[in-house]
Design a protein around this ligand. Structure first.
Ligand SMILES: NC(=O)c1ccc[n+]([C@@H]2O[C@H](COP(=O)([O-])OP(=O)(O)OC[C@H]3O[C@@H](n4cnc5c(N)ncnc54)[C@H](OP(=O)(O)O)[C@@H]3O)[C@@H](O)[C@H]2O)c1
Length: 262
């Protein structure tokens, strides 16, 4: 255990895209530390399987709801359900995301919109409705957005994703400043490459590339989903009470050592 077993007891935590990959690791680590965890995304079958898996590991109930973060009605319905069922929300992790590779000059508007709406509009909508609940808390709340190093350094052939993740930097800093009056802290965690099924499917990369990235990363540490989760738990904890509006890069120092281009 990295954090105490009761580090988040009494806290209600929502993780969008919590049924798979990095989101699933974040949900698992919060549940291990006593949080009341909610996961939400479009595919209910993934959510229910993951909820069962985490419950069997931690012995704590995981709630799950269907949501499409691109649609305001769907997001509003999710937060209405959370208000009704839990009565509060302490931590939101905006983890839902999507990506695909394309030459930018051939990219369709439909493809552009799908990714921008998932990353940027989805994070805006979930943050807005989370704020409506969190601002009623006496001790405020925490929002953590999952960005990417591609949003800082760019990423050839992944224009909408790199642009959306870059947009999250402005969104994070703006909300951090604006929602201080509600005691809501807002930070961004920016992973480099993390070998999840979603990453392999969306980007279509090979084991050879994985080994190359590992070799090029100082210390040879290629971040696992749990490494991203631990950064999120730290930022959500009182140990980070004075940290607001920052971007925490979690890539083992890979970009600074070698740069990255698919
Ligand atoms: N893996 C990496 O190398 C890497 C690097 C940097 C940043 N990231 C970021 O980390 C996050 C998680 O990525 P991952 O690698 O774990 O991939 P993943 O398993 O594909 O996770 C993406 C999640 O987002 C959910 N999602 C997608 N569109 C949605 C929508 N419209 N509404 C609600 N949920 C939606 C998906 O669930 P449903 O299909 O059920 O909706 C899925 O659970 C993403 O934001 C990604 O950009 C990943």
């Amino acid at each position: 255990m990295i954090f105490r077993e009761d580090a988040f007891s009494g806290k209600v935590v929502l993780i969008t895209g919590g049924g798979t990959g990095i989101g699933k690791a974040i949900a698992t680590e919060f549940s291990k530390c006593g949080a009341d965890v909610i996961i939400a995304s479009r595919k209910i079958e993934n959510l229910s399987k993951t909820a069962e898996e985490i419950e069997s590991k931690t012995g704590r109930k995981i709630s799950f709801y269907q949501v499409n973060v691109r649609q305001e009605d769907s997001v509003k319905a999710l937060f209405d359900s959370i208000s009704k069922d839990k009565g509060r929300l302490d931590i939101l992790v905006n983890n839902a995301g999507a990506n695909f590779l394309s030459q930018s000059e051939e990219l369709t508007l439909r493809g552009w919109n799908a990714i921008i709406e998932t990353i940027l509009t989805g994070t805006f909508l979930c943050s807005k409705y989370a704020c409506h609940i969190m601002r009623e808390n006496r001790d405020g709340g925490v929002i953590i957005n999952i960005g990417a190093t591609t949003g800082i350094f760019g990423s050839p052939f992944a224009l909408p994703s790199a642009t959306g993740k870059a947009g999250l930097e402005g969104l994070t800093k703006t909300l951090a400043a604006e929602w201080g009056r509600y005691k809501i802290r807002v930070n961004l965690v920016a992973p480099g490459v993390v070998w999840t099924e979603g990453f392999v499917k969306n980007v279509g990369v090979t084991e050879d590339l994985r080994e190359k990235i590992r070799r090029d990363t100082p210390g040879g540490i290629l971040a696992e989903p749990e490494d991203i989760a631990w950064a999120v738990l730290f930022l959500a904890s009182p140990a980070a009470r004075a940290i607001n509006g920052v971007t925490l890069i979690v890539d083992g120092g890979h970009y600074f050592a070698k740069g990255f281009s698919l």
